[in-house]
Write a protein that binds this ligand. Structure first.
Ligand code: NAD
Length: 288
């Protein structure tokens, strides 16, 4: 196994023992050579600029990393001596927008609200193009809001990490607006399992964008207020909840339908929210 990361956001300490690590930018010629000559069976495309706010502040930088970086890897995979199956990490939390009623199936209308959602959806179109035109074996996984140990507060499920830190500091949990806005929280080990299954599953051919796209979530909508309560129960810590003004442009409801992943990938989420929150809190609460 080879892991490529430019460490712009990731940590060297998270690379598992036994994996080869290449400190490279996915836009670099060196990363392309690695993919072309590495004889990999699967290429998991996780490296990305994943902060929605950064994408709003600097859409060009977001597109450079997420779109140009992905094209570099896809071109390399197309010309590889041994072509890998390509498994792309996209976002069910950001590509559907408020255009569809949750839980959104894969064929829902796409209407991303942010440059980040647009760059992810663009790469999905490139995957479909490479599959149809060049016969590349591609899969898209559209994650809901991923949470778990080691998560960063700036990610799509950042609220879990932020709330964990608040509980540890004994500070109030800040809820924007009514707290009734919903998200679909999926645990990180369930997402890892989906990637493994997607790397070997027998899949249909690609004619349209959604043919090889799979939602990876729970199908369950959890409101911010419910999350705050569940986390406090799981952590066995209680702090006040304080309300702040609604944030402009915030999506009100989000969850993804997961029947397709169950049927074709044989995947189902295993982790219940409260247990996952307890494991996440325990990680934030660890000594050192
Ligand atoms: N966390 C979520 O809730 C969520 C939801 C939907 C989709 N995703 C997607 O899943 C993937 C992983 O997300 P994450 O939350 O673990 O984010 P993360 O920031 O922890 O991981 C992304 C990694 O990519 C690396 N990276 C960034 N730019 C790079 C570049 N140009 N070259 C090489 N490496 C680069 C970073 O250093 C980081 O280690 C991303 O593609 C993200 O868009 C995440």
């Amino acid at each position: 196994m080879v892991i490529v990361d430019d460490l712009s956001h990731g940590k060297r300490a998270n690379v598992p023992a036994g994996a080869r690590f290449e400190h490279l930018d996915i836009r670099s010629p060196e990363a392309a050579i690695l993919v072309r000559e590495g004889r990999f069976d699967a290429m998991f495309m996780l490296a990305a600029q994943m902060d929605v706010r950064v994408s709003v502040a600097d859409p060009g930088a977001d597109a450079s990393c997420n779109i140009i970086g992905s094209i570099n890897l896809l071109e390399a995979a197309r010309h590889a001596t041994h072509r890998p199956r390509v498994i792309f990490s996209s976002t069910g939390g950001a590509v559907y927008g408020d255009a569809s009623t949750p839980p959104s199936p894969e064929e829902s209308p796409k209407d991303p609200e942010s440059p980040y959602g647009i760059s992810k959806l663009s790469v999905e179109y490139y995957l479909a193009y490479y599959a149809r035109t060049h016969g590349l074996d591609t899969v898209t996984l559209r994650y809901a809001n991923v949470y778990g140990p080691r998560q960063d507060p700036s990610g799509e499920a950042g609220v879990v990490a932020i709330f964990c830190q608040r509980l540890l500091d004994g500070r109030p949990l800040t809820v924007y607006g009514t707290g009734q806005q919903t998200r679909d929280y999926v645990f990180v080990t369930d997402v890892a399992a989906a990637n493994v299954l997607a790397s070997t599953a027998k899949l249909p051919g690609v004619r349209r964008l959604d043919d090889r796209a799979f939602n990876i979530g729970t199908g369950i909508e959890t409101s911010v207020l419910n999350l705050a309560e569940s986390l406090q129960r799981a952590a066995k810590v209680s702090v006040p909840v304080e309300f702040a003004p609604k944030r402009d442009g915030e999506q009100q409801r989000s969850s993804v339908k997961i029947d397709k992943a169950a049927k074709i990938l044989g995947w189902k989420p295993q982790m219940r929210l409260e247990k996952g929150l307890a494991l996440t809190y325990a990680w934030f609460n660890k000594p050192g």
